[in-house]
Design a protein around this ligand. Sequence first.
Ligand SMILES: N[C@@H](CCC(=O)N[C@@H](CS)C(=O)NCC(=O)O)C(=O)O
Length: 211
Amino acid sequence: MTMKLHCFGESGNAYKVALALTFADVEWEPVFVDFFNGQARTPEFRAINEMGEVPVLVDGDTTLTQSGVILDYISSKSGKLGGKSAAERREILRWMFWDNHKLSGPIGTTRFLANFLAEAKRPPGVIPFMQARLKSAYKVLDDHLTNHIWVVGAAMTIADLSCCGYLYYPEPYGFDRNDWPHIDRWLDAIAATPGWKPPYDLMPGSPADRA
Ligand SMILES: N[C@@H](CCC(=O)N[C@@H](CS)C(=O)NCC(=O)O)C(=O)O
């Protein structure tokens, strides 16, 4: 049965899932959520996800939210992109929790403020504050990748896909690949995987639609 991914192009958290579905050779189709016109706040959407967030994955009778949970489900169900031992699986979880808290979460907010919120509504000082904190996170990842080809183990896993989700987006939010050579090498390696596409080619909706 075809899995349905409720998503929109700008969502880095949905992009992680779209990449995992693609790389795991799962049959899936996107269901566009009109986030910028408030669809995620409607009662109809809250009935699918009480948290009012994308991504949502629907697989038959199973509905899942939170990208980390969804990535774990895809990996368990497909037998791909997972750890090779209990210790590796824990290490994958460790990096996915770190990503949600220190990397993807703050990037999502910073990128939204810097690109999608009207300039007049941007709270002064918040963007530079977030960017300074994010620099520490980029350094943690870049340092880790100096002596690891992949985030965990000897092959690409859902930990890589969780951490990379936002780093391919073109809008400026303070991350420049040229500053982080090991992240740069690792992003190239993920992008060389068959089926990889940039976010706005893999999911419906992009800033161009609102231009
Ligand atoms: N921790 C969640 C974060 C999900 C999230 O923040 N999604 C954004 C889009 S990328 C969203 O739908 N936000 C709606 C809102 O904050 O109102 C995950 O990993 O799935």
